[in-house]
Write a protein that binds this ligand. Structure first.
Ligand code: V47
Length: 377
């Protein structure tokens, strides 16, 4: 009698259906050898097991208070030198105005990241948070990445914990996922040599989680990294999540080359985007959510991604600059009606959430928060 040996993909599928964790080798197989349809089917199975048919979005607004930056990350089109024509820095009335614009648009979240300005002291960054919080205390402030936090720690000569405590006291509500890029030390050195390294990135998130903040995580793909670096990146995230449980969502970010030092590299295509979303969903068994950031993927790929592992598309995102400086062709923002249409066209049910994944209940122009929208384990 012939005995058929299970194919590697069948073995991985059996693990996925049984809820078992995938290994580094499984991840590499999914990256390099699995056919996209089977991969998508498996990722969709996990996505629906955790989040049913819901596709989450939020009503948010962005603020990048300055583009002046001491670092020169090779993938960044947003940064400026102090005296560049395109350099800008917000003052307090401009920050207040942005918060009020968010309130008028019904935003539940403001997403704040920017450059590390040569001349600004920590108090300026602290005041960005304080000004928003005092102007619109109902808006959740998701601000600063470990790159900024470790910069604040070095300019104040205080610990990361101290810096974070000051920011929380001023109104910080959670941390976005930026600054992660790719954790592999060699690749990171080639992309952004001097800024916070992977160890610091994890230290800051660990400290944030210990202080009761939730945070997100990103992975920048489609530049000089290889499949093994992406899998390594995801496994490092999974390891900290086992320890703290503080991450909410992972956002795989496709590299946009225009106006960067890496403009000879082609932007990853939609198939690479879908594969990366699906592999992220399957490797990060302890993350509740995977976000398909529509601004970066484009609307159609984001719609498809909702059946390749993603359950979230970010939000209305008014005033996005980082991707648009790097050639993104999507609009700089969308209305809630447009997001609903995008999600429904993809066969999913739109559910508005706040930053911490609580249901947002709207009545006319006002909103309240409902129950936490918990994902299945
Ligand atoms: O850290 C910068 C990336 C990140 C480029 O937490 C680029 O909800 C592609 O972190 N091409 C910032 N990527 C954006 C970010 C984010 C976005 C949406 C939601 C959340 C969240 C976080 O953007 C940076 C960097 O990895 N980035 N330049 C570029 N040319």
């Amino acid at each position: 009698m012939f005995q058929t040996l299970a194919s590697p993909l069948q073995t991985i599928a059996d693990k996925v259906y049984a809820g078992e964790r995938l290994t580094f080798e499984d991840g590499l197989y999914l990256e390099q050898s699995a056919d996209l349809h089977t991969l998508g089917h498996l990722a969709n199975f996990v996505r629906e097991r955790k989040n049913g048919n819901a596709a989450y979005y939020n009503t948010n607004i962005h603020l990048n208070p300055t583009n002046v930056c001491v670092y020169r990350c090779r993938f960044c089109a947003f940064r400026a030198n102090l005296r560049d024509e395109k350099a800008y820095t917000f003052d307090e009335p401009m920050i207040r105005e942005r918060a009020l614009e968010g309130r008028a648009a019904g935003a539940t979240e403001i997403h704040v990241v920017g450059g590390l300005h040569h001349k600004k002291k920590f108090d300026w960054y602290l005041d960005v948070v304080r000004t928003i919080h005092e102007t619109c205390p109902e808006i959740h402030i998701k601000a600063w990445t470990p790159v900024e936090i470790s910069w604040f720690s070095s300019i104040t000569k205080k610990s990361i914990r101290w810096v974070m405590e000051q920011l929380i006291e001023a109104g910080l509500g959670s941390m976005p996922g930026g600054g992660a890029e790719i954790f592999d030390e060699e690749i990171r050195k080639q992309l952004c040599e001097h800024k916070a390294n992977s160890e610091v990135w994890f230290d800051v998130h660990r400290t944030a989680h210990e202080l009761g903040l939730r945070s997100n995580a990103t992975m920048l793909y489609g530049h000089i990294e290889q499949a093994e670096h992406r899998i390594d990146h995801l496994i490092r995230l999974r390891t900290l999540q086992d320890e703290t449980g503080g991450f909410q969502t992972v956002i795989p970010l496709a590299f946009h080359p225009d106006n960067t030092e890496l403009d000879h590299i082609e932007k990853p295509d939609g198939l690479v985007d879908l594969r990366t979303i699906a592999v992220s969903r399957l490797m990060l068994d302890n993350f509740d959510h995977v976000k398909a950031y529509w601004i970066m993927l484009g609307e159609q790929t984001a719609q498809l991604a909702l059946s390749y592992g993603a359950d979230d598309i970010d939000g209305t995102v008014v005033h996005e600059l980082i991707y648009h400086d790097a050639g993104a062709e999507t609009p700089e923002g969308k209305t809630v009606d447009q997001l609903h249409q995008l999600i429904r066209e993809a066969g999913r049910e739109p559910v508005e959430r706040d930053t911490l994944y609580r249901e947002v209940i709207r009545e006319g122009a006002s909103w309240t928060l409902g129950e936490p929208l918990t994902a299945a384990p």
